[in-house]
Design a protein around this ligand. Structure first.
Ligand code: BG6
Length: 482
């Protein structure tokens, strides 16, 4: 990579991201309570390979080994999520706190710090305690959920805030609300399709859930800012998902505005309330009407500015075409059509092993610019990565993962150009993911790791892939050393 050497500041964070459900295993160890995934993953026909989360990479047991991997990969940061049901097994504000759960994360944090790795902690990466789902339908009950989430967040700030200086409240409200409450493919699996779920309403619930998530986020941030930030001096924010929308035919103004509309529905619907206006974008309100909840003036004031940084997860891009028919009442994407090739038949990019994911580095730079121009907040890249075709065994070929190497090399170059030539402020690059993990609806069929995990071995043997060392070298060249 020529011409971009040393373009990232000395305090830039490079490392990896994971989530508790996807790597920890140990679902019932040390008094952990059940999360919604412990139940959902055991239901028939929900997970592609019929696996569940009882046993995964077992990071609960092998976390010290994983910290050594991070170190050998040159990481100076690690984003992991806390399983709420380990800290408060029944989840609620009047339920007991589990000292063993606190101890586990405390040990992990100490181990990271002792090895020079800065922890980035996500409080919620999709694993609501099952007890809160059973008691009051979790996110669907705003008052109860906000109070319980704030209590859990406070327990975490108190226990870990002396050492954790980077907090992320929620991971990807858009993906979670759409997959769990619209498509019904993530726990708790609610949707209007009665062949998939006996409960749920796909036209309203995803919007209620993501609305309540923003309010829970803002309240948890307020607590941190008033009670903890003055002494603990950390930062706190939210991580949003978003993939680039490229007009299917750039010469057709209808496709150009469809692509922009998709970005507004997918990204600005969550980011505008937090970073720009305290409310949803007008075009979203126009299409969704009364289905979209409203913020009270107090909520709006609380949500606006409730993030110290823009947490960004992005993986790919789509060609977006306009639609001639009116939007239906479950649409959350701005009434557009997703296409695999553009009007000239050009594909999005090399295809990974995951149906929605292609290598599109050209789009990453555009998206960084779009987000930075609209919000002007420093960006923390908190997830990016890919699966690769044919990764089933730790053979020499698989470990020499050229597909993933090409993905990361080209995306990191786009990042460097966005910083150096376009002036976008980016403060971290946390790749997804450290380990092959349990990939939600796809189970173990999709491997996102820079480390191959042999799930059939009792020790869940880890085999580094070459991409880990390529990434290490890329960032050694990009980050200034003084
Ligand atoms: C992100 C999530 O949306 O994408 C991760 O934050 C997830 O947890 C990753 O593993 C890949 O997504 P999927 O839908 O292919 O499992």
């Amino acid at each position: 990579m020529k011409g971009v050497e040393n373009c990232l500041d000395k305090d830039f964070y490079f490392g990896y991201a994971t989530a508790a459900v996807q790597i920890e295993g140990a679902w019932n160890v040390d008094d952990k309570g059940l999360s919604i995934w412990d139940k959902f993953s055991h239901l028939p026909n929900k997970i592609k390979d019929d696996t569940n989360v009882d046993e995964t990479a077992e990071a609960y047991k092998f976390y010290k080994e994983d910290v050594q991997l991070l170190k050998s990969y040159g990481a100076n940061a690690y984003r992991f999520s806390i399983a709420w049901s380990r800290i408060i097994p029944l989840g609620g504000r009047n339920d007991p706190v589990n000292a063993k759960g606190i101890e586990f994360y405390s040990n992990l944090i100490d181990e990271l710090l002792a090895n020079g790795i800065t922890p980035f902690v996500t409080l919620f990466h999709w694993d609501t305690p099952q007890a809160l789902e059973d008691r009051y339908n979790s996110f669907l009950n705003k008052e109860e959920f906000v109070a319980d989430f704030c209590n859990y967040a406070k327990v975490c700030y108190e226990a870990f805030g002396d050492r954790v200086k980077h907090w992320i409240t929620f991971n990807e409200p858009e993906v979670y609300s759409a997959c769990a409450y619209l498509a019904g493919i993530f726990a708790p699996g609610r949707c209007s399709d009665r062949s998939k779920s006996s409960e749920g309403n796909s036209s309203t619930e995803p919007l209620i859930v993501s609305h309540n998530m923003l309010i829970a986020h803002a309240n948890a941030v307020k607590i941190y800012r008033t009670e903890f930030q003055p002494t603990q001096k950390g930062t706190i924010g939210i991580t949003l998902s978003g993939n680039w929308a490229e007009p299917w035919n750039p010469n057709d103004p209808r496709d150009v505005s469809a692509a922009e509309r998709m970005l507004v529905f997918d990204i600005a619907r969550f980011a505008d309330p937090v970073f720009k206006s305290g409310d949803y974008p007008p075009e979203v309100r126009d299409q969704m009407g009364d289905r979209l909840p409203t913020f009270t003036p107090e909520e709006s004031a609380l949500v606006l500015g409730s993030s110290d940084f823009y947490g960004m997860n992005t993986y790919t891009a789509f060609y977006i075409k306009h639609k001639d028919t009116p939007a239906d009442d479950t649409d959350t994407k701005g009434n557009v059509v997703y296409e695999e090739t553009n009007w000239e038949g050009k594909p999005r990019g090399p295809k990974s092993a995951t149906d929605w994911l292609c290598t599109t580095p050209w789009a990453f730079r555009k998206l960084l610019n779009w987000i930075y121009a609209r919000y002007k907040y420093p960006i923390y890249l908190t997830e990016q990565g890919t699966t690769a075709p044919g990764e089933t065994a730790p053979t020499e070929d698989v470990l020499n993962d050229t597909f993933r190497i090409d993905y990361y090399t080209s995306y990191v170059e786009s990042l460097a150009l966005a910083v150096k030539e376009d002036g976008v402020v980016v403060k971290s690059y946390l790749a997804w993911s450290l380990l092959d993990n349990w990939e939600w609806a796809n189970g173990f069929t999709d491997r996102f790791g820079v480390t191959f995990v042999d799930f059939s071995s009792p020790e869940k043997t880890r085999y580094p892939k070459k991409s880990a060392y390529v990434l290490k070298e890329l960032f050694q060249n990009l980050i200034k050393n003084e």
